[in-house]
Design a protein around this ligand. Structure first.
Ligand code: SF4
Length: 351
């Protein structure tokens, strides 16, 4: 049976799916998954913060917001050489996509020249590129598209109804505008949200509906579990029942059959069993690396061991550079290195 792609989901319909008996829900989600994706395969992405901290936005979960004291040190934009070196390391670790995040409300036009250069460089390694830079103007989106950017991450975070409990410095509509601009310029969209911020089940269903009425659906849907960071307003948010988290993953899988559902932040605190349930529920992408921007992520060795136990393999790279290519790239980076951030010639772990 072919999965039907729909853009007219109601919150009620989504809730009905979410409230199915748990095993029926997982069975259906895995069935839809196998109709659309290879079984037992996960796509591996790596994420690098290219500009950290001091963000003017007030997202209540975020340690990089300038509104909270979380101990995250402000760092200037990384150099081209450093970014390239980290990208090459990610490639060696098995990543097929390299995601880069800057803690900006929006990039300035002058930042875009540098970003364009970075996109071209990372793509030359045979990696897909993803950027998350905040809100974009239409002309900025066009320049990123012309540079060949594959994905842009722009999360909706939660339901429209719950949004102002989490962020007050921008509106839901602002987010949707950037998403529309990305669609106009044919950049693939990575768009999801965070669970466990105190939202209700209705909010979770309404959040999923917002994703599922984007036409076409976001190509990538990250589902995050809140990482409670000391100093943020959500540091003491009550834990979300893991079964509820899995229900949301499974429901996303069912209502957006050809989107890749990514198990994102919060994996570090998830048991192996919970992650296995999430894969069963149709998640088929993870981030590799010991940090996600500024918060801890599952260790690569733990991931390798889990994937091995489950018999899950990484998606092969679409356009892989071989080891010799990477060696040459490292040499070039080393020759061109002119700041102390790029002094490490060897491959170090992603941070
Ligand atoms: S989530 Fe992004 S936009 Fe919000 S405060 Fe953090 S870095 Fe800024």
């Amino acid at each position: 049976m072919e999965s039907v792609i729909r853009y007219d989901w109601t919150v009620e319909e989504i809730k009905q799916i979410m409230e199915m008996p748990f095993l029926d829900l997982l069975y259906k989600a895995q069935t839809v998954h196998r109709e659309n994706f290879p079984a037992n395969e996960v796509q591996i992405s790596a994420l690098l913060s290219i500009k950290t901290g001091s963000c003017p936005e007030d997202c209540k979960y975020c340690p990089q917001s300038a509104h909270y004291s979380t101990g995250v040190q402000k760092e200037k934009l990384l150099s081209y050489e450093t970014i390239m070196q980290k990208a090459a390391c990610a490639k060696r670790s098995g990543a097929t996509r390299f995601c880069m995040g800057a803690a900006w409300r929006n990039p300035k036009d002058r930042d875009i020249d540098f970003i364009v250069e970075v996109i071209r460089g990372v793509k030359s390694l045979g990696l897909e590129t993803c950027m998350t830079l905040g809100m974009l103007t239409d002309s900025q989106t066009q320049r990123l598209a012309e540079a060949g950017l594959d994905y842009y991450n722009h999360n909706l975070d939660t339901s429209p109804e719950f949004y102002e409990n989490i962020i007050t410095t921008r509106s839901y509509e602002d987010r949707l505008e950037t998403i529309k601009s990305l669609r106009r310029h044919h950049i693939k969209i990575c768009c999801g949200g965070i669970l466990g911020m105190g939202e209700s089940r209705d909010d979770r269903a309404s959040f999923l509906r917002q994703l599922a009425i984007i036409n076409p659906h976001p190509e990538s849907v990250p589902i995050n579990m809140l990482v409670k960071v000391k100093g943020t307003p959500l540091e003491s948010a009550p834990d979300l029942d893991p079964f509820e988290f899995i229900r949301v993953v499974a429901t996303a899988r069912i209502i957006m059959p050809d989107s890749v559902i990514r198990l994102s932040a919060g994996r570090e605190k998830m048991s192996e069993e919970m992650q296995a349930w999430a894969f069963m529920a149709g998640a088929s992408s993870i981030f590799y690396g010991t940090k996600l921007l500024t918060t801890p992520n599952s260790a690569e060795t733990r991931d390798d061991s889990l994937l091995k136990k489950l018999g899950i393999r990484g998606t092969p790279a679409a356009a892989a550079s071989d080891e010799e290519d990477l060696r040459i790239i490292f040499e070039k980076i080393h020759e061109g290195a002119h700041d102390d951030q790029a002094e490490h010639h060897g491959c170090f772990r992603l941070e």
